[in-house]
Design a protein around this ligand. Structure first.
Ligand SMILES: NC(=O)c1ccc[n+]([C@@H]2O[C@H](COP(=O)([O-])OP(=O)(O)OC[C@H]3O[C@@H](n4cnc5c(N)ncnc54)[C@H](O)[C@@H]3O)[C@@H](O)[C@H]2O)c1
Length: 353
């Protein structure tokens, strides 16, 4: 297959590109604007492959996107490009509206135009896959209930509202224009190459640098955690075997309170990189003002993708977090240092004064 990945220099997109190039014969073209979250180093293992190409491009640039469709002639689009950090969406929602909503609209229109030029046989094979989040469903009480594919949308943050809007656009283009679309809504990802504004890499790197480990509120918010390479496999399965028009929820069966995640990281670091004074990294934990509108609990029913497409996660939280901590330890002086050379200094974002 020829797969066009938007946002492929980001955390999840680069994991997908690495997996496709290393494990399949597919051809991959990545387009990415290279915001603060994009990093070509995350694509270094595949960038020289003859099956890989990269173009720096804003998905809001319609002419540029049209040109990529015409030159690369994809069989499928995996649309991941987005502004993705809730705290930043509180400080500057405008970028989220532009990229996540207008950018998705541009991608849909470009795909629709491209489809009209394909033979009916190729048009039937084409798929536009939108990679979305479980945050579109809002939050759940701590009562065992789960997000299902038919759960109503109730987004809480500018980020999740912009992703909900883009999901609605994608479904509308499917229904009204017969664009073959599929949507996946996934829980929190973690793993190698995640920008250290997100909880897990922030905690690992702050711990190692002797900084405080900020926990929003009392740390009792619950998230379902999925190792990024499991997510990459899940969405590839959806592109290969998913039914156009369908939605698939993807999750890791790993519900954890934020404070439990931070404790797990501290305990692993105590074992793998003990401090000279033998005190625990847990002592660096500091409870800080909660995020405005902070969702209490997310939890996914990932039964449909398991039943219908035969996917389930391979990593447990324990195995995935172990791999992740090891990766950050090994890449602390390389990838991590260079990522943190930019404007982001691990300051608190998303506080309303
Ligand atoms: N990280 C998660 O836990 C998670 C969970 C579920 C769904 N998702 C979704 O998966 C997708 C990828 O998330 P991520 O964590 O890899 O995000 P990320 O922030 O690490 O990467 C986003 C990438 O998109 C690029 N980008 C941003 N604006 C762009 C634009 N206008 N044009 C082209 N490229 C642009 C960035 O440069 C970056 O490389 C997003 O759509 C996100 O909503 C993420």
């Amino acid at each position: 297959m020829k797969i066009l990945i938007t946002g492929g220099a980001g955390f999840i997109g680069s994991a997908v590109a690495r997996m496709l190039i290393n494990e399949t014969d597919d051809e991959v073209c990545v387009i990415d604007k290279m915001t603060y979250a994009g990093n070509l180093e995350s694509l270094a293992p595949v960038i020289k492959s003859p099956n890989f190409s990269f173009k720096q491009l804003d998905i809001c640039d319609r002419l540029g996107v049209d040109a990529v469709f015409n030159e690369f002639k994809p069989d499928a689009v995996m649309h991941l490009a987005a502004e993705s950090h809730v705290d930043r969406s509180i400080d500057s929602p405008g970028e989220f509206i532009n990229t996540n909503i207008t950018g998705t609209y541009v991608m849909l229109e470009a795909a629709r135009k491209y489809l009209t030029g394909l033979s009916s046989e190729n048009a039937k094979k084409f798929l536009f896959h939108h990679v979305s989040t479980d945050e579109v469903y809002g939050d759940l009480d701590d009562d065992g209930s789960l997000f299902r594919e038919d759960t109503s949308y109730a987004p809480s943050s500018p980020y999740s509202a912009s992703k909900a809007a883009s999901d609605h656009l994608v479904r509308a283009w499917g229904r009204t224009f017969n664009l073959p679309i599929v949507i996946t809504n996934c829980s929190n990802n973690y793993g190698p190459c995640q920008f250290p504004e997100k909880l897990i890499p922030l905690i690992i790197l702050n711990a190692l640098d002797g900084k405080t480990l900020p926990i929003y509120g009392n740390g009792s918010q619950i998230r379902d955690w999925l190792f990024v390479e499991d997510h990459a496999k899940a969405i590839y399965r959806v592109v290969r075997k998913g039914i156009a028009g369908e939605t698939y929820n993807i999750g890791g069966h790993n519900e954890k309170k934020n404070i439990e995640v931070v404790h797990a990281i501290c305990d692993l670091l105590d074992e793998l990189q003990p401090k000279e004074d033998k005190t625990s990294y847990r002592q660096q934990i500091s409870f800080v003002t909660d995020r405005p509108g902070h969702d209490l609990r997310y939890a996914i029913d990932a039964g449909k993708i398991e039943r219908e497409l035969g996917w389930k996660p391979q990593e447990t939280f324990e195995s995935g977090i172990h791999k992740t901590v090891l990766w950050y330890l090994e890449n602390r002086d390389g990838w991590c240092k260079r990522v943190l050379d930019g404007s982001y200094k691990r300051e608190r974002l998303g506080v309303i004064s």
